[in-house]
Write a protein that binds this ligand. Sequence first.
Ligand code: M6R
Length: 567
Amino acid sequence: MCGIFGYIGSDNNAADKVFKGLIDIEYRGYDSWGVSYFQGNSFKTVKKTGFLPSIFNFPSSSISIGHTRWATHGGVTEINAHPHLSCDNKLVLVHNGIVENYRELKKELTNHKIKSETDSEIIIHLIEDQLQDKNLKDAVSEVFNKLEGLNAIVISDGKEIVVCKKGSPLVLGKTENGYVVASDPNAILPLTKKLIFLEDGDLFSLDAGLDPEFKEIDWQYTKADLDKFPHFMLKEIYEQPQVLYNQIQSLDAAREIAEEIKAAFGTYFVGCGSASYTCLLAEYAFSKISKKHINFSIGSEFDYKEDFLTNKSLLIAVSQSGETIDVVEPVAHAKKRGVKIVALTNTLGSTLYRMADIKHLLNAGPEKAVASTKAVIAMVANILLYAYSLAGKLDLGIKVIEDSAREIENIIKRQDEIKKLADKIYNVQHIFVLGRGISYPVALEATLKIKETSYIHAEGFASGELKHGCLALVDKGTPVIVFLPNDETKAAVLANAMEVKARGAFVIGVGFENNPVFDFFFEVKDVGASSVLPHIVFAQFLGYFLAIKLGLNPDKPRNLAKSVTVK
Ligand code: M6R
């Protein structure tokens, strides 16, 4: 997590450039922010807790580094915010990652005044010590090699900026008059398209003599703004029908990946959070549509299941950001075993995109809200299209995706019905969500949307599981959402709905047909296997309206970040 941006050059608005860059990467962490700029012969530093303001006026300078923090070590305070300074205030540092051995390293710093509780500050004091007999680059190299864990650091002494990384992403850009460094290429594109993606172990000093070759890339900067919407989450929900139509414009990738799945000896879909639920959904979709078994794993667990991977295995990494470390790490390990890698990602140039043998972009446009909506919809649509392609029924796949896009347009028009439900249940302590078969991952995704945005405890179940223990939690008035698609699960799902109703639950039906068991019903037309898509959209709206009713910001939930680059 954590966003990094730095500039060095002959332009004298370095801090303004850094501040603008930070706005683009604030999604990486928004606990606090800070900018250091070199003025006269010393660094001045601004640090604040909370979100970045929309404007901030900095004095002129030609070297600056900045950071947006997602706290790991030490609370959310100005002192713990980056940049961190050396004792003599001559060095400044921003850091992304976790220094796993920082306690041990801290013991070496007996003669330093350590101000913060962070692992990051230790690094700058260690470098300060090394500077007694080394230049900055060598001092950084010496210290970086001692750090355990996945880290990226950017340091300046007012003459140069030194950057290095292992695990966490960093990109360099060469502008007309200088150099930029950032943790996301998109943030650099307004300034230059000449980029270098740092590989693990790379260490550069950004100065006029920087020799590596910058590659001109033809990517477009994608700016996301709110237009007429009050929140990105709402805007991104509205964009979903178009995102679905985009998916069926070109089906070459779906065909190619289906062929790879056919040829592979074992296919593994791997993702985290919402993306992991789309991977679980893939297991049901492939079984149902193409009569094929594929395997699903949560990214952070996949390392422990990799022993049997071979060079005939196929790994499909599913990730909006393409930077989730819990996916990047197992993919790197699988690659070493010769496994073929597919990246299904929304982010051009991301780490997973660059690692993959086959790259499939989601084309959902930038997603800013922490709660993933349109990227999830695009992931599910593509997984269904792979399954239909493998079954030789791509035409049917296209049809059901189009039908689901139209049904989502319809739900957008009927969103007030979901708002009324949110107004009714916003003050409950728990919400349970039930689904069977392909609707089980939908239930899990629904609960994640509710939890992230409203902080209401929600739990999703394969609906048959509830009576194996958790039914004990259902009390009079407990909201239980039941997904009812027109498929082989309907009779059993309705029976489970009866069971919770008998215990006093407030039963919310979402599906193709009303039933007396439901206390509240939201109709979603039957659009075949792709009914999962409008069902997910129901849950997105519910999460959004619960947040609004509770006075919360659905775009930036507490404690979370959009891109999870630490383990
Ligand atoms: O960028 P990714 O798709 O790899 O992110 C994975 C999860 O962190 C992400 O889906 C997270 O669970 C979302 N906030 C869910 O809304």
